[in-house]
Design a protein around this ligand. Structure first.
Ligand code: DGI
Ligand code: FE
Ligand code: FE
Length: 195
């Protein structure tokens, strides 16, 4: 299936605002893929699809989620369901069987331990596309110029702070992903020091 077919199907599932967010994510995901030596087409494909179910009514998301495999605990926080649903739709609607694309879509909201570069690229592009405005976003954009892990570590800290401030539930996987990024940063720093 052509990228333009996916784009038009995605457009039909969401508001113009969400669609322009998606276009931003596609653009940035493509750029990051190029910079960090990943496949641009796979990054853009995952980005097109990542929020395809984001505006479905809760009821529809819950119903769809009952029919597919959802990672443990996701169902406790309804806003997390749209990733796994979209990963499933990638196969069902677009015939995409690439597991890395599925995972980049499935975990774009929560992250997880041991994310691949493609997963990190989609997750980061979602956080820094040009339509995003929140405190610290410019610093994360700068970090994204040279260090995926560092940019994501800061991005997850920002998401977690945001949720804490609003007394929202924080999904354990989000915290574990955040810890994993900072762990990787510390390890590479101590490696540099012993060299
Ligand atoms: O779908 P988007 O709005 O483009 O962005 P997203 O999929 O990264 O995040 C969707 C929402 O989920 C956003 O408002 C932040 C929120 N979120 C992310 N991680 C968690 C979370 N909400 C809760 N309650 N817990 C989390 O761990
Ligand atoms: Fe999302
Ligand atoms: Fe998004």
């Amino acid at each position: 299936m052509q990228e333009s077919d996916i784009r038009e199907r995605v457009r039909a599932e969401m508001s113009p605002e969400r669609f322009s967010h998606t276009e931003g994510v596609v653009q940035v995901a493509g750029e990051l893929a190029k910079k960090f030596g990943e496949d641009e087409h796979r990054a853009r494909t995952a980005a097109w699809i990542h929020d395809i179910a984001r505006e479905w009514p809760n009821e529809q998301q819950q119903q769809y989620a009952e029919k597919i495999e959802i990672p443990s605990g996701f169902a406790l926080i309804p806003v997390l369901l749209h990733g796994p649903i979209a990963a499933h739709l990638a196969a069902e609607w677009f015939g995409i069987s690439d597991q890395e694309i599925h995972n980049a879509i499935r975990y774009h909201t929560t992250g997880r331990i041991g994310m691949s570069n493609l997963e990190m690229i989609v997750c980061l592009a979602d956080a820094i596309e040009p339509g995003r405005h929140y405190p610290g976003v410019d610093r994360i954009r700068e970090l994204a110029e040279k260090d995926l892990v560092r940019a994501l570590a800061e991005s997850f800290d920002s998401t977690i702070s945001y949720l804490l401030e609003r007394h929202q539930p924080i999904f354990p996987l989000t915290v574990m992903a955040r810890n994993d990024f900072w762990d990787q940063i510390q390890m590479s720093q101590s490696r540099e020091e012993t060299e």
